[in-house]
Design a protein around this ligand. Sequence first.
Ligand SMILES: [Ca+2]
Ligand SMILES: [Ca+2]
Length: 220
Amino acid sequence: MIARAFLSIGVRGLIVLAVPALGIEPAAAESFIGAVTEEIAGCPAIEIEPRTPLLVPQLVGFVPGEIVHASGTLEFGSEVCPPWNGGALIDATVRPAFQECGSLVYGPQGCTWFVPDGDETWYLLENLGRFAGGDHVRVEGGVDAEGIECFPVIGPVIRENTIESCPRSADLDGDGTVDFDDLLLLLAAWGFCSPFAPCDADLDQDGEVGFSDLLILLTA
Ligand SMILES: [Ca+2]
Ligand SMILES: [Ca+2]
């Protein structure tokens, strides 16, 4: 029995000693997108899924129903905001949420910009993942309106963002239907795409507007 107890303490001690040596962080920041909701036990909260609230330290400047992006350390228990016993993001940063598809384009000074579909604003991304200029991607994150200068452009930054491929729509003018007007736009864009500007008509994302894109549009 004594030997087993010693072994147990010994193994635990080894684990405790091993954690700093391996450089394991206590807890990584986690991000959530949710709607500002009613306070819980007097504490600010967002709803990240139906009937799944998450407490955050503060929501100054945000109104109920607004979609926000919050990142911080996730903790459970009643110590954060008694008697609430659910999840809470401590040390959370809350920003307006961003959830859009758009194009990555190269700009001056080596910066890669994200241009949302149907929007003139150029955003910088904190995380480009495996993507590059010319790709059409879906980005989710929090908007930092302070922005960063990448001469000669100053644009807001989307922080803590996820990024994934996003299929382009054959509804090129965004009026809700695929028709002759979209065909005209596709024909006007015929040829190679530049990675320095969005190329909305490159529906199969092979770097040029051609017959394969025309077929996609005609069968949409
Ligand atoms: Ca259309
Ligand atoms: Ca194409």
